[in-house]
Design a protein around this ligand. Structure first.
Ligand SMILES: Nc1ncnc2c1ncn2[C@@H]1O[C@H](COP(=O)(O)OP(=O)(O)O)[C@@H](O)[C@H]1O
Ligand SMILES: [Mg+2]
Length: 282
């Protein structure tokens, strides 16, 4: 079993609620993810959100990325511009657009930039010299299997290459974490593998090691994530569901000894069935 310890919060939501018009879509969303450290290794955190369609996952993700202002509550992230406090990490601030990476389902890329140009653009605000940026980009292109296509445009790339470029852009652009809304939907088996590999690569980098994603594939969530939230409709006292999305269950796979395994065990499959049952009832 992997030993680990935790430091200050890397992401939290406080009493988050969103309405469209008068209609409440999500409410009372509260959670806190702490920075997880494992002695002797760079441990990327992977956090999954699952739940039936329409429960508010994408709405929550837009709030977590600072792309949408909630009607109630707030999303807090570490303020890297301030000095960290011993044992508590960085002071917190409300998330704003651009603070964290966000990859949409369509893997949108700049049409008129080559991969290399797009990556340079993603790094334009980094306080590094041109040589340092160049070296970093070169290494990433090799690690991510994009070296040979560095001078090509998006329309000259395969689906898998486009996805990796879109994710890499966000990795280079963002210092905290990367949010991906359903990164696996609509992909063929090979591309799913390529995005899964990208997850592993990201979690081994120092600069950015937390991935937050949503999926309909519960096996995938249990396989990849160390923390899983189920977004669903809560059950009212009369037994009916209240049609407003919230966190109905949280699974900490680290605490259960199920995180960071190379292979799925019976305990993992039991968890998959448990999560599906919770989803179906919410
Ligand atoms: N811009 C919007 N205006 C009005 N209703 C919306 C808007 N975006 C989403 N919704 C509604 O909010 C609910 C949650 O949607 P969404 O966050 O996309 O859920 P999920 O990602 O879990 O499928 C759905 O009922 C959807 O129709
Ligand atoms: Mg969605």
């Amino acid at each position: 079993m992997g030993t680990y310890y935790t430091e200050g919060p890397i992401l939290s939501a406080e009493n988050l609620g969103v309405k469209y018009g008068d209609k409440e879509i999500i409410k009372n969303i509260n959670f806190q993810e702490l920075d997880v450290l494992r002695p002797g290794r760079v441990q990327g955190q992977i956090i999954a959100f699952v739940g039936r369609s329409g429960r508010g996952k994408s709405t929550l993700f837009r709030c977590m990325a600072g792309l949408q202002q909630p009607n109630e509550g707030r999303v807090l992230i570490p303020d890297l511009k301030q000095e960290p406090v011993a044992g508590k990490g960085y002071p917190l601030k409300e998330v704003q657009e651009g603070d964290v990476g966000f990859v949409d389902q369509k893997y949108t890329l700049f049409r008129h930039k080559t991969i290399e140009q797009a990556l340079h653009f993603a790094m334009r605000k980094e306080p590094l010299s041109d040589e340092e940026k160049e070296a970093k980009i070169n290494q990433y292109l090799i690690d991510w299997g994009l070296e040979e296509v560095r001078n090509q445009y998006p329309n000259e790339l395969s689906g898998g290459q486009r996805q990796r470029t879109a994710i890499l852009e966000q990795v280079l652009h963002s210092a905290l974490y990367i949010i991906m809304d359903e990164p696996f939907s609509g992909l063929d088996v090979g591309n799913v593998q390529s995005v899964q590999n990208a997850f592993q690569l990201i979690s081994q980098t120092h600069e950015l090691n937390t991935i937050i994603f949503s999926t309909h594939d519960i096996d995938m969530a249990v396989n990849l994530a160390d923390s899983i939230y189920v977004i669903g409709y809560p059950t009212l006292e009369d037994g009916n569901l209240e049609p407003i999305g919230t966190i109905v269950k949280h699974y900490d796979l680290k605490a259960e000894g199920l995180a960071w395994k190379d292979q799925m065990s019976q305990d993992h499959y039991d968890l998959v069935e448990g999560i599906k049952a919770v989803m179906m009832g919410s």
